[in-house]
Write a protein that binds this ligand. Sequence first.
Ligand code: HPA
Length: 274
Amino acid sequence: MSFTFADYQTSADYLRGQLKGFVPKVAMVLGSGLGYLAEKVEDPIAVPFYAIPYFRRSTAPGHAGRLVFGKLDGQNVAVMQGRFHHYEGYSFEDVTFPIRVLRLLGAETLIVTNAAGCVNESWQAGDLMLIGDHIKLTLDSPLCGPNLPEFGPRFPDSSYNYTPALRKLAHEVAQEQGIPMREGVYLYLPGPQYETPAEIRAARILGADAVGMSTVPEVIVARHCGMQVLGVTLLTNMAAGILDQPLTEEEVLTAAQEGKEKFSGLVRGCLEKM
Ligand code: HPA
């Protein structure tokens, strides 16, 4: 089904009714194991996904399902604690629905975080990677179907998806905090099966540094409606075939837990300076 502009408005109106005049400026989508940042929001107003018109439920492990509004490091934020993935059986429109709703509520910037496999063999599991660009080769775009001109143009530019000024800021914050940070290209593959070693070799030839199952649909939609974007990846594991061992969900979640201080420090440092 295609959502109409009125559907997004219905959802935004419902949330506005909960927000008592609060206007979020920064939308945050938090990936596996990183959702705990939502607990740090001050004076939180939390709304479960199931209560919001047209929102789906998040079923992935390590993902709660609620939107938390409030102050974090001096910014008015809306934190998606949990997100929707295509592999859960949701359409790209479902996956990206919240982004447009948060835009209607006033959000100008999107911070997206995720866990991903490390394709670049000179890097290590546990490293943080700023997303400099992405590759999406598969399936439909979330912008397929009738264009909604209230949000943006039919053929949006994709040259500066990850806002250069925010990337610069993130590098400065990382340096200040003494956190080593890579910058690279995130390849979106829909999953839910982890990639084959041959797919990872192909990914490397294509120019990818990391591979993951999220983020890119949301970024495409955020850019379409004119938001600035900062994307940060925690490389939780070496991608398939690099080490002679199978990949497991536990490995990814454990690494996400271990990296969360470093990761949240970086994101919070960026928030403070934005
Ligand atoms: N592949 C895809 N998605 C992932 C991975 C991976 O190796 N690790 C964490 N998310």
